[in-house]
Design a protein around this ligand. Structure first.
Ligand code: NAP
Length: 239
């Protein structure tokens, strides 16, 4: 099997580290970006991959992403659905449009990419999908209802697709991070970060590499008998 990976939202944060770790493990990596083009191009140059722009919430953009990868690298054999956005606030203040934006990026984005990736994987009778969920998808977060819904949806998609695609030799798993130091955590003050670290049994906030190494493991042959699982990378915050 050719090791060709697409990491959605690979331009920053957890996604960029997933790209680096996968490249280290011998994958040719397509670094998807939506807005951060220069960061994605610099990363692609650093790891010998390609940068591919497109909004995963758009079916047309997603088709273009896959067509570009097909032309430049070949068929995607590892899909990492990492692109995601968050929203913090009372449910009663959440607008219909913002609700749809979160669902569009976090959940429909994964749907669009799975639809585009799976036919070639089925033909090859092998492939791997790793969805980046969140501990809030497992237990729900106050003031992050839409976000929690999207991540719970991803976990459901992971388990259902694992059953449907197992007979085709395709494994589907999720990595479910806890608090990881990225731009997504930027809204927290130093005091709030310290409180989050305190609430974490291991006592610290994770780094992007913690999530990225879990993805690389699930994508590897070491995990060949693992499918439909949700691997928490959360320092014990949710057990
Ligand atoms: P981040 O630093 O804010 O990065 C988000 C990434 O997603 C960026 O590369 C961004 O690309 C991309 N993206 C957003 N919307 C997109 C779209 N419509 N199409 C394509 N790409 C899009 O966030 P992060 O913390 O690394 O989060 C990565 C994933 O981990 C998310 O799914 C998030 O929910 C999950 N997660 C994070 C944490 C945490 O504590 N950080 C915890 C649990 C789960 P551009 O900049 O190019 O637009």
């Amino acid at each position: 099997m050719q090791k060709i990976a697409l990491v959605t939202g690979g331009s920053r944060g957890i996604g960029s580290e997933i790209c680096r770790v996968l490249a280290r493990e011998g994958w040719r990596v397509a670094v998807n970006y939506n807005h951060s083009e220069s960061a994605a191009r610099a990363l692609a140059a650093e790891i010998g991959g390609i940068a591919v722009g497109g909004n995963v919430a758009s079916p047309a953009d997603t088709e273009n992403i896959f067509a570009t990868i097909r032309a430049e690298l070949g068929e995607v054999s590892l899909l990492v659905n990492n692109a995601g956005i968050g929203e913090y606030g009372l449910f009663t203040d959440l607008s219909f449009d913002r609700w749809n934006e979160l669902l569009g990026t976090n959940l429909t984005g994964a749907f669009n990419c799975c639809k585009a990736a799976i036919p070639a994987m089925v033909r090859a009778k092998s492939g791997c999908i790793v969805n980046i969920a969140s501990m809030w998808g497992e237990v729900g977060a106050s003031c992050e209802v839409a976000y929690s819904v999207t991540k719970a949806g991803l976990i459901g998609m992971t388990k259902a697709l694992a059953k449907e695609l197992g007979p085709s030799g395709i494994r589907v798993n999720a990595v479910s991070p806890g608090c990881i130091e990225t731009d997504m955590m930027a809204r927290f003050s130093p005091d709030e970060r310290a409180a989050l670290a305190d609430e974490t049994p291991l006592g610290f906030i994770g780094q992007t590499s913690d999530a990225a190494e879990a993805v690389a493991f699930l994508a590897s042959e070491k995990a060949r008998f693992i499918t439909g699982q949700v691997l928490g990378v959360n320092g014990g915050f949710v057990i």
